[in-house]
Ligand binder design. Structure first.
Ligand code: AMP
Length: 173
């Protein structure tokens, strides 16, 4: 795990002062690290009857698509407003400053579908809370929220009570 952690670059004060930005591009571009991270995130679900992996724009697309390929499922996209071409349902959620919105195609989920949601970083948990809300509204069973990295000090898990959460790497700073 230490080797994988060392592949993630910390950028202080990006995009704003006070934020320790976890730059995962340095892990993604290293073949062995990318493969190992995806294997470790996906392999726990081989026998779990997962129907689809949900990828959250934008870096969640990378984790989600690779995990889905590994598990032999499809990948379903949750996107920023105005990007999906068909009819959508949306969730609005609070950011540190202001609000944001995420959308999914209204017919993307079959009732009772067992899904994993993938993203790169769990920070405050607001994004994942909104995604879980959307999926639940559409009748999905969220089996796990799965992250490459978690910033534990931001207590994102508190927003996701009742959900199973997995994070491969944990950062306490
Ligand atoms: P949150 O809703 O606060 O949990 O933020 C989650 C989203 O913002 C994730 O999709 C991350 O890609 C991104 N994010 C938030 N904080 C960071 C950070 N410190 N480093 C890298 N990405 C972050």
């Amino acid at each position: 795990m230490r080797a994988l952690k060392n592949r993630i670059r910390n950028i202080p004060d990006f995009p704003r002062k006070g934020i320790q930005f976890k730059d995962i591009t340095t892990l993604l571009s290293d073949p062995a690290s990318f493969q190992r991270a995806i294997d470790l995130m996906a392999h726990r679900h081989f026998a779990n009857g997962i129907d689809a992996v949900i990828g959250v724009e934008a870096r969640g697309f990378i984790m989600g698509a690779a995990m889905a390929y590994k598990l032999g499922t499809g990948v379903i996209l949750v996107r920023k407003p105005g990007k999906l071409p068909y009819k959508t349902v949306a969730a609005t959620y609070s950011l540190e400053y202001g609000k944001d919105r995420l959308e999914i195609h209204e017919d993307a989920i079959r009732k009772g579908m067992r899904v994993i949601v993938a993203d790169d970083v769990l920070a405050t948990g607001g994004t994942m809370e909104a995604v879980v809300g959307l999926l639940t509204r559409l009748g999905a069973e969220v089996v796990e929220c799965c992250f490459l990295a978690e910033l534990t000090a931001l207590k994102g898990r508190d927003k996701l009570k009742g959900q199973k959460i997995f994070s491969l790497l944990k950062y306490t700073d």
